[in-house]
Design a protein around this ligand. Sequence first.
Ligand code: NAI
Ligand code: MG
Length: 346
Amino acid sequence: MLIALLPGDGIGPEVIAETVRVLDRVTDQLRFETAPVGGAAYKAEGHPLPPATLDLAKRAKAILFGAVGDPDCDRLERHLRPEQAILGLRKELGLFANLRPATLFKELADASALRPEVAGAIDMVIIRELNGDVYFGEKGMRKTASGRREGYDVMSYDEDEVARIARVGFETARARRGKLCSVDKANVLETSQLWRDVVIEVSAEFPDIELSHMYVDNAAMQLVRNPGQFDVIVTGNLFGDILSDQASMCAGSIGMLPSASLDASQKGLYEPIHGSAPDIAGQGKANPLATILSAAMMLRYSLGLSAEADRIEAAVATALEKGARTPDLGGKLTTTQMGDAVLAAL
Ligand code: NAI
Ligand code: MG
């Protein structure tokens, strides 16, 4: 199975290197091809997402992405900036479902932003719709009748967009604890009323899943008060952007959090949620676990290798249990030594 490796900039290549070592240990079914992306691609080829890179991403069964972002490129025109590469990939590949698991390894309980008595129960996946909502609606700046400036962004969803993300939610819940919470603001917003109606319609296909609905403001509160009640949350682009960042704070470090962006089939792009971290690039300080855990998601969701995914996640837990810590977790291990600790656990 062909995997596109897009290491990118800054710590991207460092964390991808450790992840490939781990993947090679758990399976011999993968074939890797590497292509430049982001600032690295701009410097080599004059564009952050060169045609050959996009072509590789299209041909591959899954994409493992490091991070993009390079301070040298800050003054470029917007369409040439490294960050455009990830937006371009999401759009070109139709990646509409963003899955972010939030799990707190019990060994890292002291690093969580939540009270210890509730932090331990966190084990959820937030599913954020990625191609619609207020980010993609009509937007602009205009003058009011009295000559004041007015900015506007139109929030819209059509029923097909809601139905396809709802199905990802139900299917994810089916593979987990069977509970789906749909988050909206149906008491105020028309888009949310449609969202709720369509989620209920789709639920007829999934009678085995326990469906609940929650307003987004209450969901923000419940994430802090009692996060253990959530299994899978499905929500729109804007609400998901905010709630997933909020939930990530329970996991202790940004260096721990994986993500997947999926299309309508099994294809996906897998990446840590962090960026290129130019402040620590090239120093061996980056925590590779977010990328290693992203690779586990890739095995599970795109490649049908669930047992191998379980092995990687268990090895990460074992490494942490044995005290393996990079500087972001309060330790002294280098990126490579953290990779070694996971390999030893495997
Ligand atoms: P960042 O996530 O790169 O770094 C934020 C802070 O967290 C830094 O202090 C960094 O050292 C630390 N950090 C991040 N990942 C870490 C890891 N694996 N281990 C240990 N420490 C880690 O976010 P920042 O600084 O806002 O952005 C840097 C660049 O990355 C920018 O150009 C930004 O646009 C880009 N970016 C790219 C993303 C992507 O490729 N999907 C996502 C977020 C930011
Ligand atoms: Mg965000």
